[in-house]
Design a protein around this ligand. Structure first.
Ligand code: MEV
Length: 315
């Protein structure tokens, strides 16, 4: 039996980094996916194959002995083999159309699709339990995750997410389109999150103030999404970008890209950890093509995405 699952990537419309400190964030799943297929094998081995390399390893290996971005898959496979006292192994194939390590949720989508695919080889499992497993798997490579990315990759759509409080789906379907431009500079989320932790430690009062401003911006933006006020939403994205610049997660390349996108779109900002990765611009059907064209002769890959309303899919 082959068990397959797929999960979407994401952009963070508002609130990355601040969400790690308990501020609400607004996230949106996108129509680029990771698909994971797994099957039991006779050899007592965990084999993971993906377009970024492979990992072949015996069950019961200590996690701290594994230095690979594929570690979350190992964690999940080992967990189920040991829970079910299995003397078999598992082969896992990972296929992704989400660019890796650039703020589009590739790692969370891998954890969610991996948890769905591997769990269903052994048992029926709810989406809630898959999410819990996916967050645990993600913590093997990024200990301080807020859980926001895995949550939107599991449930899809647009949502407000608050660490330790959960999420609220925004059922309203806004009429905006997102244009993504990729700086091609891969970032380590863990490193950028640690950098923000240092900024907070060195600038407690300023950080607290930024959190308050971000909180206000997010409440306002939630209303704008529901009222389809796309122009104001774009302005708020630019404000959010300023806060991200203040905490040190932006850079000259990303800011130049945002300047380019700003000329034709309603607003633009980084998505995810920053320090590299992608920016995205808010458009509607009238300025979508123009915004993509603005990047045509640049060295940055640029494409539009739609909102994914499906989330995790198992088949
Ligand atoms: C990464 O996509 C988003 C961050 O806020 C980290 C997190 O929420 O875990 C930077």
């Amino acid at each position: 039996m082959i068990s397959k699952a797929s999960a979407p990537g994401k952009v963070i419309l508002f609130g990355e980094h601040f969400v790690v400190y308990g501020i609400k964030a607004i996230l949106c799943a996108i129509d680029k996916r990771v698909t994971v297929s797994s099957k039991k094998i006779k050899d007592k081995e965990i084999r993971i194959r993906s377009n970024i390399g492979q990992l072949i390893i015996k069950p019961n290996t200590a996690l701290d002995k594994i230095d690979s971005v594929l570690k979350p898959f190992y964690y999940l496979a080992d967990k189920f083999l040991s829970k079910h006292n299995s003397d078999e192994g598992i082969e896992i194939i990972v296929e992704s159309d989400i660019p890796l390590g650039v703020g589009l949720g590739s790692s969370s989508a891998c954890c969610v699709a991996g948890a769905g695919s591997i769990a269903k080889l052994f048992e029926d499992i709810s989406k809630e339990d898959i999410l819990e497993l996916a967050i645990k798997a993600e913590k093997t490579i990024f200990e301080n995750t807020s859980g926001a990315d895995c949550t939107v990759c599991t449930y899809g759509g647009i949502m407000a997410y608050q660490k330790n409080k959960g999420f609220e789906k925004i059922e309203y379907k806004p009429e905006f389109q997102l244009v993504i431009a990729n700086s091609n500079a891969v970032h380590s989320t863990d490193e950028v999150v640690s950098k923000v932790k240092k900024f907070k430690k060195d600038n407690e009062e300023e950080f607290l103030n930024l959190c308050k401003m971000e909180e206000k911006l997010i409440e306002e933006s939630l209303s704008q999404i529901k009222e389809n006020k796309i122009e104001s939403l774009g302005q708020n994205m630019l404000k959010n970008q300023n806060y991200l610049q203040t905490i040190g997660v932006s850079n000259k390349t990303l800011e130049d890209m945002i300047e380019t996108a700003k000329k034709t779109s309603f607003g633009a900002k980084i998505t995810g950890a920053g320090g590299g990765g992608c920016i995205f611009a808010l458009t509607d059907k009238n300025n979508l093509e123009q915004t993509i064209s603005a990047f045509t002769n640049s060295k940055y890959e640029c494409f539009s995405v739609n909102i994914d309303y499906k989330g995790l899919d198992t088949f």
